[in-house]
Design a protein around this ligand. Structure first.
Ligand code: ADP
Ligand code: MG
Length: 256
């Protein structure tokens, strides 16, 4: 018998996944596998199909072909809320928080999202450890001094941090992040990287990211998409020197 440890089963796998819009195939036979505590980045030029792939994985668009396996179960036709209950959480390319609520209340909403209205009524006035969890996630994101501030008054960088926090509050098994550093000022990128790194110690992360230095510092594996299909896959340092990847990026405007 060999002494090599077996590869851990992937947390998420897409097998020959394809998504079509009318006559146009935006995702073409994409197979990727994400490990339970891996940060897997999907990169590629504008229009490569990255967001569509995310939408298919998280149940927002229906694939035309192929399958999706999550935590050992076939989830190909699951709706987003069902996937969320199984532990698949996602953020969007556009920041989506409640600007009129405080930072703390944004997180409280996220922490109680899995409760029914009846359960919420029953727990009114009790803290049930909620405050302790709230403190912990605020601290983890470096937002501990901002729990009482109106979320809409935060800087853009802090709002993105808050958005990531709301997606991880329920301790998902897999977190999908679509361009978490898009539009951030240079000094706001490092806190987002630090938070993703902490989160990745307890769940898998699948990340679309244009900033290649972010990819380099976080990703264990990188899949390059171009024209809806996988161009290549591997560790960042291999992918970054692949001539096809360099060619696909040259002269391509980066996403805003
Ligand atoms: P990326 O995130 O890599 O920039 P997208 O997944 O957003 O790319 O888009 C991939 C391609 O699919 C683009 O050509 C885009 O115009 C097209 N597309 C995306 N969503 C739709 C849709 N709902 N209907 C029709 N075409 C779409
Ligand atoms: Mg996109």
């Amino acid at each position: 018998m060999g002494c090599q440890a077996p590869e851990p089963a992937p947390l998420l796998a897409t097998i020959d996944l394809a998504v079509r819009f009318g006559g146009f195939e935006a995702v073409r036979d994409v197979s990727i596998a994400v490990g339970p505590r891996a940060v897997h980045a999907v990169i590629g030029p504008n229009g490569a199909g990255k967001t569509t792939l995310f939408n298919a994985i998280s149940g927002f668009v229906k694939p035309m072909r192929g399958s999706i396996v999550f935590a050992g179960a076939d989830v190909t036709d699951h709706a987003p809320d069902r996937l969320a209950r199984l532990g698949l959480a996602r953020s969007f390319q556009i920041c989506s928080i409640f600007p009129n609520l405080t930072v703390g209340d944004n997180i409280r909403v996220a922490l109680t999202r899995d409760l029914s209205g009846w359960q919420l009524l029953r727990r009114r006035g009790r803290s049930d450890g909620l405050d302790a969890r709230l403190e912990r996630v605020l601290r983890e994101a470096g937002l501990e001094n901002e729990g009482g501030r109106r979320a809409g008054d935060l800087s853009y960088g802090r709002r993105r941090l808050l958005e990531i926090v709301t997606t991880i509050a329920l301790e998902p098994k897999l977190l999908l992040l679509d361009e978490p550093t898009a539009g951030l000022a240079r000094e706001d990128v490092a806190p987002v990287i630090a938070l993703i790194r902490k989160v990745a110690t307890r769940c898998g992360v699948l990340l679309v990211e244009h900033n290649l230095s972010v990819v380099e510092s976080l990703a264990t594996r990188v899949t390059v998409l171009a024209g809806g299909a996988v161009l290549c896959e591997g560790p960042y340092r291999e992918v970054a020197r692949d001539a096809r990847v360099i060619a696909a990026y040259i002269g391509t405007p980066r996403n805003a």
